[in-house]
Structures are given as C-alpha cells and as structure tokens.
Design a protein around this ligand. Structure first.
Ligand code: ADP
Ligand code: ADP
Ligand code: ZN
Length: 205
C-alpha cells in the first residue's frame, strides 16, 4: 500500500500518519522530519534546508526528490509507505511517478482559516508525535515516550503566512493532479482526530 497524505500545513497529516503507520505496519516518511533531523545533526543537507524552512519556502526540488528516492528504495518500503509532506509541487509529483507507483492519495481537507491556530498551538516531540496546547492541559511532556515537548522554529505567524501561500500556489494543484489520476480520497479534516482517522481507514479499505 503506497499512500500519500496531502493537506495544508497543520491539516493533521503527521497526526494521522503516526496512527496509520501503526495500524498498517508501514513506514511513515515525513520530509519535514527528515529535514529537521538533518538540521539537528548539522549535516550539509540540514544547512541548506534550514535557510528555506526558516523562511517558509520549499527546500529545492533536487535535494528533496533525491532524499525521497533514496528513502523509498530501502527494504522497509517494500510492502508500502505513507508519504507525509511529499510531493509538495507538480514537479515532485511527476518525479515520484517515475520511481514509484502511488496507489492512493488522502487529501485531508481543513478550512484554511483554522490552520493558523492549529500550527501556532502545535507542540511536538522528538519521537514524531504532535500535540496542541489546547488539549495538553498544561502538560509539557509526551504521553507516548515522556520526552519534553517543544515548539517548531517555523511554527510562528510570519513563517506560517508564507507556508500557506506556498501551499495555495504550489501544493493545492496536486489535488487536481491526483483526482485526474483516479487516486484521490477526500477526507473532512475538520472533525476530531479519531473521526478523521476512522474516515481515512474506511476509505482506504
Ligand atoms: P501537519 O502534519 O499536517 O502539519 P499535524 O498533524 O502536526 O499537522 O497537526 C497540526 C496541529 O493540529 C497539531 O497541534 C495537532 O495536535 C492538531 N490537530 C491535528 N489533527 C487535529 C484535529 N482533527 N482536530 C484538532 N486539532 C488537530
Ligand atoms: P507542515 O507541518 O507545514 O506540513 P512539514 O514538517 O511537512 O510541515 O515541513 C516543514 C518544512 O520543510 C516546509 O515548510 C518546507 O520548508 C520543508 N519541506 C518539507 N517537505 C518538503 C517538500 N516535499 N519539498 C520542499 N520542502 C519541503
Ligand atoms: Zn514522544
């Protein structure tokens, strides 16, 4: 099962991907997580990626496509994968079609006016889990692994404005691209996390 999770920043891709990866026993591959790991380790890719991520712009395609191509060629992707945050523009989608066959594209649809609150209230754990301050009741550690939660450097109002405009101009056209390919599943992302999860599972079959 080769699945893409599509959606605006803050739509709930990561939240659902963690759960789906567990349910279907396939790897969750997030390009954002891969970049953040590289930034932490100060690798050459991390240094390049940081300069774009801090401004809310896309990391150049040649870097991003190569990372995904290598990752999908690893053994654990043989029985399927969940791609979260890739592709993010038409070029990346076309490149992906050259080295892998995507079966389903789950578009998590959330009213754009709700995203700013979701993103600025997001708190994340190094283990990959994300939370929202509104539901943490003052807790500062991860319910799954106990590590200290933190706020992503790019989850601030200025950067979010740029990320949302990148989404509208470059990523949203992919909805049409995958609709035409007959692969698109549209999910109402404005419901609770559990309801969104159930809808995805029932539509994926
Ligand atoms: P993405 O990976 O698409 O950027 P996340 O999964 O990190 O999004 O979710 C963004 C924020 O919204 C997080 O704070 C998360 O806890 C919260 N969130 C995710 N899904 C929902 C939902 N269905 N309802 C309310 N808040 C949600
Ligand atoms: P979001 O919560 O906005 O969905 P991600 O963790 O997926 O955030 O991505 C964070 C940042 O990493 C993006 O704003 C972008 O700068 C960079 N990035 C992630 N995926 C890609 C991609 N496929 N192409 C280019 N840049 C990417
Ligand atoms: Zn954790």
């Amino acid at each position: 099962m080769n699945v893409i999770l599509l959606g605006a920043p803050g739509a709930g891709k990561g939240t659902q991907a963690t759960r789906l990866a567990e349910k279907y026993s396939i790897p969750h591959i997030s390009t954002g997580d891969i970049f953040r790991e590289n930034i932490k380790k100060q690798t050459p890719i991390g240094v390049v990626a940081k300069s774009y991520i801090d401004k809310g712009q896309l990391v150049p395609d040649e870097v991003t496509v190569e990372i995904v191509k290598q990752r999908l060629s690893q053994d654990d992707c043989k029985n399927g994968y969940l791609l979260d945050g890739f592709p993010r523009n038409l070029f990346q989608a076309e490149e992906l079609d050259k080295f892998s066959t995507v079966e389903k594209v789950v578009n998590i649809d959330v009213d754009l006016t709700k995203l700013l609150k979701r993103i600025t209230g997001r708190r994340v754990c190094p283990c990959g889990e994300s939370y929202h301050v509104d539901f943490l009741n003052g807790k500062t550690t991860c319910a799954k692994c106990g590590a200290e939660l933190y706020q992503r450097a790019d989850d601030n109002e200025e950067t979010v404005a740029s990320r949302l405009s990148v989404y509208k101009n470059q990523t949203a056209p992919l909805i049409d691209y995958y609709e035409k390919a007959g692969k698109l599943l549209v999910i109402d992302g404005d419901k609770t996390i559990d309801e969104v999860f159930s809808e995805i599972v029932s539509k994926l079959g």
